[in-house]
Design a protein around this ligand. Structure first.
Ligand code: ZN
Length: 212
């Protein structure tokens, strides 16, 4: 087995869970899409409020719905690789991880030629050797400070409550636009974002040491 590769210069293998900038800043991240049922409506909500987010894409879903990926990129959002088949990679060798991540990158770039993919997020947060492999491929491992638990939808009111109560300055927030019915997540974002904006919160990308 090859040793775990060194990170590409400027790309840390440390899992980032905070945004660029200080104060009332949040980094919204959406996993498991693209999802033709909920992602377009989410994009409408984000666009209406002038917010950009990170979309961590599931490779099989990219192949199924490349048009939705094109819209994500056209709207100015940032992409993350969320693996090809959303498997638990925690026990995988570096070689197997790299092959999977390359397959997912290729799927994304079939949808959007030349797409930039500056982040990687491990399915289930089961990191194993993935942070070093992703960093060697130029992707920063992307964690989170707050997870809403929206993979098991608890009702929009509860999601709103968890978001309002759980945010802290600089937090990366994990939400889902794919992998199931995510209409409650979109509804919650639509309700909370204007309130946060009125309170002075801004939205920014997760930190990368190679970006100012
Ligand atoms: Zn996921």
């Amino acid at each position: 087995m090859r040793p775990v590769p060194a990170p590409r210069p400027g790309v840390s293998a440390d899992i980032v869970d905070t945004t660029r900038g200080g104060g009332r800043v949040l980094g919204l991240t959406f996993d498991d899409g693209p999802n033709p049922a909920d992602t377009p409506r989410l994009l409408d909500v984000l666009r209406r409020h002038g917010i950009t987010a990170v979309f961590c894409l599931w490779g099989e879903h990219v192949d199924a719905h490349p048009d939705v990926v094109r819209r994500i990129v056209a709207d100015g959002h940032t992409l993350g690789n969320h693996s090809m088949r959303h498997e638990d990679m925690s026990s995988w060798s570096a070689e197997r991880i790299e092959a999977d991540l390359r397959e997912a990158d290729a799927a994304i770039r079939r949808a959007v030629p030349g797409a930039r993919i500056p982040y990687f997020r491990a399915p289930y947060g089961a990191w194993g050797r993935t942070p070093a492999v992703a960093a060697a491929m130029g992707m920063r491992p992307l964690g989170w400070r707050l997870a809403l638990g929206d993979w098991d939808p608890p009702g929009t009111d509860e999601l709103v409550r968890r978001l309002r109560d759980g945010i802290t300055p600089g937090a990366v927030v994990l939400l889902h636009d794919g992998g199931g019915d995510r209409s409650q997540t979109v509804d919650a974002v639509e309700r909370v974002v204007p309130v946060l904006a009125a309170e002075g919160w801004r939205f920014a990308l997760p930190r990368r040491p190679d970006w100012p």
